[in-house]
Design a protein around this ligand. Sequence first.
Ligand SMILES: Nc1nc2c(ncn2[C@@H]2O[C@H](COP(=O)(O)OP(=O)(O)OP(=O)(O)O)[C@@H](O)[C@H]2O)c(=O)[nH]1
Ligand SMILES: [Mg+2]
Length: 378
Amino acid sequence: MRFVDEASITVRSGKGGNGSASLKRAKNLPKGGPDGGDGGKGGDVVFCASQRLLTLYDFRAQRLFEAENGQNGHGQDKYGRGGEDLIIEVPVGTQVFLENEDEEGYTLLADLRRANQRFVACPGGEGGRGNLHFKTSVNRAPKRAETGKLGQEKRLRLELKVIADAGLLGLPNAGKSTFLSAVSAARPKIASYPFTTLTPNLGVVESDDGRRLIIADIPGLIEGASQGLGLGHKFLKHVERTRFLVHILSGDDADPENPAAGFAMLDEELRAFDPELADKPQIRVINKIDILPEDRLAALRANAPADVLFVSALTGLGLPELLADMWRRMDEAAEADRAAGLDFYESADADDDYGDADGQDFPEAASRDAGGFADEEE
Ligand SMILES: Nc1nc2c(ncn2[C@@H]2O[C@H](COP(=O)(O)OP(=O)(O)OP(=O)(O)O)[C@@H](O)[C@H]2O)c(=O)[nH]1
Ligand SMILES: [Mg+2]
């Protein structure tokens, strides 16, 4: 499965069915009254955020989405059946934009941040009323009925911005994907050459008491990424919507005399992308301590800022401490969000409603595949 985070599609809601102008016919009723039923409502086009999906890949193949039309009403008081709504599943974190007709650009319609959150993008047309409704004391046999209203058509742009609790940040080869695979069920590609990861990977860490911490692993950044070097820094948008970052520096790459400089270098790239991202809380980690010569490791420990953690993603050394710190950050961030009245990262099955005006929730919560978009080859 290839990771795709942008798509343009057209959606059409269903037309309402026509009302019927039928008059009763029966032997004993020469001048029958109206018995024409209403047309059914056209189907809505509805987006639903699903934890099963991790990319917008499917929208490469299909670009037109149409809900069903409502059926016409009939005589004998028969109402037309409503058209089926069309439910379009998108990954959690998908933003739905309306393509502006006159000017360039897009208008944000909905941000589907929570599992099962729904957004009605195009309501179906109302069904027309049958002549039943038009009977009056002077006109007992009206021939009048309404036609159904047309559905709507919209050109939409979908953009996925991954939502996770922690974002991994670091130079190529630092061991980000190795860390993800050590602590979650995700199996991202890992290799000893730079830029192994080409698209984001997601992994889920589960605590003993059933809590979940979602980690986003993104491609490595290099100095000058903000000027387009390496893979550039566009993937940073996938760590924008995280609570905190885990900044991993390989003990190979760190300067033993001044390890802080290695972290500061990528912080500058973050700042160039988005100053807010640079201000996000960070856990700083020096990795690969299993292969560092003793004197190098000793110098790194002596010269690193006190908060830096030392780990080996490969052997697991130091990972329990790192995970404990991540859970602590998670609690702190959740507390800060609650204090600020923010709803951004609420878990999927929270039942308080804070969606967009028209984003509704469904009670059943899908469970997320613990894997990720790990498989990079198509
Ligand atoms: N000895 C040792 N090797 C490690 C450790 N962590 C990662 N590696 C190795 O370092 C290489 C790069 O690891 P990756 O996990 O692919 O690194 P990455 O940061 O995801 O790299 P990119 O995806 O290219 O940005 C692989 O050969 C790993 O086996 C570690 O703690 N100790
Ligand atoms: Mg990687």
